[in-house]
Each structure stands twice: as C-alpha cells, then as structure tokens.
Design a protein. Structure first.
Length: 143
C-alpha cells in the first residue's frame, strides 16, 4: 500500500507517518521501481501501536523503548511494568497540577463580582498582581 493508504488505515495523516519514519519508530518501507514507498500490514500494526501509546500520552522515547521490548517477547515484562509505573506517576503529578490549576481558576472566578463599568475586572486585576503575589506555573519564584 502507498503512504496515503497507510495513513488512512491507521487514522492519521501522511505527515504523521513521515514523522514516525524520521524518528525511527516506523521501519522504512521498500521502494517500488517508481520510487513510491510500499507499506505492508506490519507497518499498519506498528503505526497503530505508536498512535495508541501516544493517545495514552506516552512520550516518544518511551514508545521507542516499548517497541524494543515488543521485539523481544521472551524478555521479562518487568521493564515494561516499570516504564508504565513511571508513566502513571507522571500522570498522577499532572492530575494534581491540573486540580491546582482548577482551584486557582475557581478562586479567580469567585473574585468576579459581575460586569460593572465602575470598577475594573477583578480577574484581570488578579492576573496583573499574580507575578508579585504568589508562585504559579509561569512565575515559580514569586513570593
């Protein structure tokens, strides 16, 4: 199959296929006499594997490791388990950061007393004061 057919079969675009090839995650296909790339079913499977890992927010470096582990199925699954355990930890930290963000935004919204032409927006005022008042993702060293 040609690159467009591969992309369609995996539910992505052609640039995604080329990117994964450049990154070495997807094996280079054979070239036909015409110069076109010729992909096989194994390319579809690999591309679907990569896309599934990415949908789980697994970084490309770890996708590369998982591909290596998959190519040696006789190997113990301890390494895969450890990799996924590390990823779960990152996800948990990300969830905590998002929950903190939600609380900060809710607090800002609570400052809002509704539209008034007599006073400035409390949310915008809080944004202007934020760097000097408290640490946040964009101003971690404040305080």
């Amino acid at each position: 199959m040609k690159i467009g057919e591969l992309a369609a079969a995996a539910g992505c675009d052609v640039q995604t296929v080329r990117f994964y090839e450049r990154e070495g995650l997807l094996d280079a296909p054979q070239r036909l006499a015409s110069g076109y790339r010729h992909y096989e079913a194994r390319h579809v499977s690999r591309l679907q594997f990569i896309r599934h890992c990415r949908a789980l927010d697994i970084p490309l470096a770890e996708v590369r490791q998982l591909i290596g582990y998959a190519q040696t199925p006789h190997q113990s699954c301890h390494a895969v388990d450890a990799l996924i355990g590390d990823h779960i930890g990152r996800v948990q930290r990300h969830i905590a950061a998002l929950q903190s963000l939600e609380q900060q935004l809710a607090a800002l919204r609570a400052e809002c007393k509704g539209a008034s032409s007599e006073r400035a927006c409390a949310i915008l005022e809080a944004f202007m004061r934020a760097p000097s008042e408290h640490a946040c993702a964009c101003h971690p060293d404040a305080s």
